[in-house]
Design a protein around this ligand. Structure first.
Ligand code: ATP
Ligand code: MG
Length: 337
């Protein structure tokens, strides 16, 4: 484990990234972290800092997207008193505040072209000049940069300086989207549920196989952040290990089931929302499970092996579920005696 609160999982790319982080952490080379939103760029940036000898010094993260073209320079480099109207006292910028530590410049693609030259100079010379200052001061800072964009593309379009790109791309780390490391999803869920439930002082609720499968199949456009938020909703809505559907982020759950089995398999009410909102999760899932198994059996003409394959479960598991759901061979409901 690189950092107490980070999941690496078993995905080969993530394991390689974890090894690379340990390998490059001691140095000073600039790291360029790329990956979709929510894939963990900042998590990796922190892990690099914590695995380095700089760990006792500050880790400063700043999103370059948050500042206007005119503000970004004073934000990064600071200013001297009187540098501009309103500069009543001098102020250190992010570089100076990260002295001895690590500076994570997120959304680096948002740095305006004019500022890119100054940033390049700061990185090359390891010194910065406050706005309104007469001379530069040396800074001892390891710089990490993050972006969701393809910087090479921006360079080709003339929107990002090529020299700065090469200066940043010394040690590249590209984080894969969560949908490309699905087998790690259960480990993330266990990790986040444990954390959120510990915070609430409650036991971790069980996630049924059907729900877990649906979550593994879902595409997670918001990546790990989206999964983390879903786990928080589950933990917040959970009492005594039973999870209310309203707290489960029904849309995520049902979209994922839809992706796995087709939209017609899910019961909906007149508004198109998944039916039975308000019931407990177990009740709703039992209903969904019955429908899914029924559909699969019907589509495979009652062939259990075929139906099991469609559902991605073992034949024996399917047998147990069929018995539990009270279905006959063809998938029709058997009325309870
Ligand atoms: N490997 C991981 N282990 C534990 N938590 C993770 C991991 N990766 C991401 N997370 C969690 O997911 C959320 C998003 O991660 P992070 O902020 O690092 O993403 P990002 O790539 O910087 O996203 P953005 O581009 O939107 O800023 C965070 O709350 C983080 O704690
Ligand atoms: Mg980020």
């Amino acid at each position: 484990m690189l950092d107490g609160d980070m999941v690496v999982g078993t995905n080969p790319r993530m394991r390689a990234i974890a090894r690379y982080v340990r390998q490059i952490a001691p140095g000073l080379g600039t790291v360029l972290l790329t990956g979709e939103s929510g894939t963990g760029k900042e998590v990796i940036a922190r892990a690099i800092h914590h695995a380095s000898t700089r760990r006792a010094r500050p880790f400063v993260a700043v999103s370059c997207a948050l500042f206007s073209d005119t503000l970004i320079e004073s934000e990064l480099f600071g200013y001297e008193r009187g540098a501009f109207t309103g500069a009543v006292a001098s102020r250190a910028g992010r570089f100076e505040r990260a002295e001895g530590g690590t500076l994570f410049l997120d959304d680096i693609d948002d740095v305006p072209l004019g500022m890119q030259v100054k940033l390049l100079r700061a990185l090359q010379n390891r010194e910065i000049e406050r706005l309104g200052a007469t001379r530069a001061v040396p800074v001892d800072v390891r710089v990490l940069a993050g972006t969701k964009r393809d910087l090479r593309q921006l360079v080709a379009e003339g929107r990002f300086r090529e020299d700065l790109f090469y200066r940043l791309n010394v040690l590249p780390i590209d984080l894969p989207p969560l949908r490309d490391r699905r087998s790690d999803i259960p480990e993330y869920i266990a990790h986040f549920l444990a954390r959120f439930c510990a915070r609430r002082g409650i036991a971790v609720p069980t996630i049924s196989d059907a729900v877990m499968q649906a979550l593994v199949r879902y595409d997670w456009p918001g990546n790990v952040r989206e999964l983390e938020n879903l786990c928080e909703r589950i933990a917040e809505g959970s009492t005594c290990g039973r999870v209310g559907l309203g707290c489960l982020g029904a849309s995520v759950l049902f979209e994922s089931m839809e992706a796995a089995v087709g939209p017609e398999a899910i019961d909906r009410d007149a508004t198109g929302a998944p039916a039975a909102e308000g019931s407990t999760l177990e009740d709703v899932l039992r209903g969904v499970e019955t429908r899914l198994i029924g559909e699969a059996l019907a589509r495979s003409g009652g062939n259990r092996s075929e139906a099991a394959r469609r559902l991605g479960v073992r034949r024996s598991t399917l047998g147990d579920r069929i018995a539990r759901c009270g279905l006959d061979r063809t998938g029709s409901s058997v009325p309870s005696p």
